[in-house]
Design a protein around this ligand. Structure first.
Ligand code: KIV
Length: 263
């Protein structure tokens, strides 16, 4: 059996030039599939607000919901590293509250690390959590929790700011950083400069690893898909076929046939 992925596994992978695979998951059955397939990082993203709860943004996700979903995912994993995504306003208020909330992901939900959004502004939080023994993955570029401040989900192109944010989160103690919605040449520059692994989403192939929202890439999200999403499967199509067949067989009195009944 392969040993569990840790922060040092990821750093070693970067040093050896081995690409890191990451996906989101929000429940036990999908997390089991990802873990068994050998995905190195499972992020219980606050994207759950949009792809699972059907909300317009990630902002309404609560700490209790994030803990509930992270617990289900952790229970399924023996290989993948599970990262809990800190909800909007769970780490901005005070360092004490940030430590308390981040601690819940490790104590109650079985995660090995947390992710939080922001660059230079959140460095005091990254340092405080790291000092408390909580590994932190940073997230810069297009940060969905700042959708209102950014005026929409927009590609971020300010190279100087992005490079500074990347350097700052590394210095603050982050073990990895998600680069979202960044032109590929800038993401490549950041990746070459940093010692910690970069995980890209809409940031090109030069990142040390890639992450996608699971429901987008397996085709069970019927909403708008951004340009960077590649659909690897059409699970909604397969499910639709099965559902139509079930309806037809029940209505036609074909199901349950003798094979599916007790004698
Ligand atoms: O919430 C999320 O799923 C994320 C990833 C897409 C990086 O933040």
């Amino acid at each position: 059996m392969q040993s569990r992925v840790t922060t040092s596994t990821l750093i070693k992978m970067k040093q050896k030039g081995q690409k890191i695979t990451a996906l989101t998951a929000y429940d036990y059955p999908f997390a089991s599939m990802l873990d068994q397939a050998g995905i190195e990082i499972i992020l219980v993203g606050d994207s759950l607000g949009m792809v699972v709860q059907g909300k317009e943004t990630t902002l309404p996700v609560t700490m209790d919901e994030a803990i509930y979903h992270t617990s289900m995912v952790s229970r399924a994993c023996t290989f993948s590293m599970v990262i809990g995504d800190m909800p909007f306003m769970s780490y901005q208020g005070s360092l004490d509250r940030a430590i308390e909330n981040a601690g819940r992901f490790l104590k109650e939900a079985g995660a090995a690390a947390v992710k939080l959004e922001g660059g230079a502004d959140v460095c005091p939080v990254i340092t405080a959590l790291s000092k408390a023994g909580i590994p932190v993955q940073a997230h810069i570029g297009l940060t969905p929790q700042s959708v209102h401040q950014m005026g929409g989900f927009k590609v971020q192109r300010d190279e100087e700011r992005l490079l500074k944010d990347a350097r700052d989160v590394q210095s603050a103690g982050a073990f990895s950083v998600v680069l979202e919605g960044i032109p590929s040449p800038i993401a490549a520059k950041i990746t070459n400069e940093l010692q910690i692994p970069t995980i890209g989403i809409g940031a090109g192939v030069e990142c040390d690893g890639q992450i996608l929202v699971l429901h987008d890439m397996i085709g069970i999200n019927n909403r708008f898909l951004p340009k960077f999403v590649k659909k690897y499967a059409d699970l909604a199509g397969v499910a639709k076929q099965g559902l139509e067949q079930y309806i037809k067989e029940v209505k036609g009195g074909e199901f349950p046939s003798k094979d599916y009944e007790y004698k």
